[in-house]
Write a protein of this length. Structure first.
Length: 429
């Protein structure tokens, strides 16, 4: 990429504002303009300003994003599973190419079946366990060939969309009636709490999370989360008297949503730092305003049940799903109703939220970060220049193990509708 000279005619106004010749570079690099004699910055003692534009501007590395789908496999989810599988091509496309920066994706899938607990009477509790709870689901071969055992797929694998779609459809609807997406996600990602492990005792999901990669979790369910971390003897269980409302009625006994937020945000990134985590959900909230509010409804056999307002196919209000989504995005762009007629916009919105990381890794160091400029092309085709001088970016230097990075600041934050992000070097010439 050609480095941009300070005398470039695309910036005549900037040149006039800052003074004649190369003095426009002095402010912010060598101190005040007071008494400026237009001495060339490259000639000053200790200057790191290049004498000519011999440096090529670095590029941005593709952003690595690991995606875990957590999909309900209970007996009311066939249409919802199909709806997600059908819209995956657009979801992946938006993530891979959206907002002007390439993303390198890895995808995995886990179901919501961890356990189910039933009490027919006082002092009686029957616990059913799902032996491979929290294990990433194997991906079927779309051509009917012999499965290769893959539990995750990584760009540029052309099977990401068709095989993930096939895996979601293959989940079936014979899973637990006690949906625990938060606990299934925690087990899958933290690698703890499995009922069973590999024959050698190892973690079946080991290797899914890449060092330094971001993590996006997408939960899909028509009932609220009913998770407990200490589920070997669960506090919340189904009774004939409480029926399908048992999780809603005893939400206070479940593991607090905040504990699951903490468990996710404390995941190590493989380099000794917290991993960047995003969360999206298609859940039992209102179609009109994403509110979680219980209303009286009826089952297919006419029996009473609590549903979410403005979401007639839900199995209870999604209080916990909404709280989890809100913890990661105060605008709730990352949340949509499972009762939506289709999930196209639901998944596009989640993909757009995840398509704008505000920290991007550079391919190489720059001679002086004060020479660094990042041009963002916005949706209206306008170009916003972001530099250290205008406070639009900060520079994170690299070292022997890490490449340098740029972090976008308020006023220069990236947006889902951006079309291009370009690195340039301002230098004298």
């Amino acid at each position: 990429m050609q480095a941009l000279r300070l005398t470039d005619t695309t910036e005549p106004d900037a040149v006039k504002r800052r003074g004649a010749g190369v003095c426009l570079l002095v402010a912010g690099i060598v101190g005040t303009l007071g008494g400026c004699t237009c001495e060339a910055p490259p000639d000053r003692a200790g200057s790191t300003v290049p004498r000519s534009c011999a440096y090529d501007a670095p590029l941005f590395e593709p952003v690595q994003t690991d995606i875990l789908f957590v999909v309900d496999d209970s007996n009311s989810m066939s249409e919802e599973q199909e709806g997600v599988a059908r819209e995956l091509p657009t979801f992946v496309e938006v993530l891979q190419t959206g907002a002007g920066v390439q993303q390198n994706l890895r995808v995995g899938l886990v179901n919501t079946s961890v356990y189910s607990a039933y009490s027919p009477g006082p002092g009686q509790l029957f616990l059913t366990r799902y032996d491979q709870a929290g294990w990433l689901r194997p991906f079927p071969m779309v051509d009917g060939g012999t499965p290769d055992g893959a539990r995750w797929l990584t760009d540029p694998d052309p099977g990401i969309v068709p095989r993930l779609s096939a895996a979601i459809r293959a989940l079936g609807i014979n899973g637990s009636f006690q949906e625990t997406p938060f606990e299934a996600a925690r087990m899958a990602l933290a690698g703890t709490g499995f009922w069973t492990t590999l024959p050698d005792g190892g973690n079946p999901n080991d290797g899914f999370l890449r060092p330094g990669a971001r993590l996006l979790v997408v939960a899909v369910s028509d009932e609220d989360d009913c998770s407990e971390m200490g589920f070997r003897s669960p506090k919340v269980f189904y009774t004939d008297a409480e029926g399908q409302d048992f999780c809603t009625l005893h939400e206070d006994l479940l593991t607090p949503v905040g504990d699951y937020v903490t468990a996710l945000t404390r995941l190590d990134d493989g380099k000794g730092r917290p991993r960047e985590v995003l969360w999206g959900a298609i859940a039992p909230v209102a179609r009109s305003n994403k509110v979680a509010q219980g209303v009286q409804g009826s089952l297919g056999d006419g029996g009473p049940v609590t549903q979410n307002v403005d979401c007639p196919t839900s199995g209870g209000p999604g209080y916990r799903h909404r709280a989890m989504a809100l913890a990661f995005d105060s605008t709730l762009t990352n949340l949509d109703s499972v009762c939506a007629p289709d999930y196209h916009q639901s998944l596009v919105s989640i993909a757009q939220v995840a398509s704008v990381p505000q920290t991007l890794t550079l391919t190489d160091n720059v001679p002086d970060p004060r020479l660094l400029a990042v041009d963002i092309t916005r949706a209206d085709a306008s170009v916003q220049r972001c530099t250290l001088a205008n406070g639009g970016i900060t520079y994170i230097p690299g070292d022997s193990t890490e490449k340098p990075a740029v972090r976008f600041q308020q006023g220069c934050l990236r947006r889902p509708t951006d079309t291009r992000v370009q690195v340039k070097l301002l230098c004298a010439g």
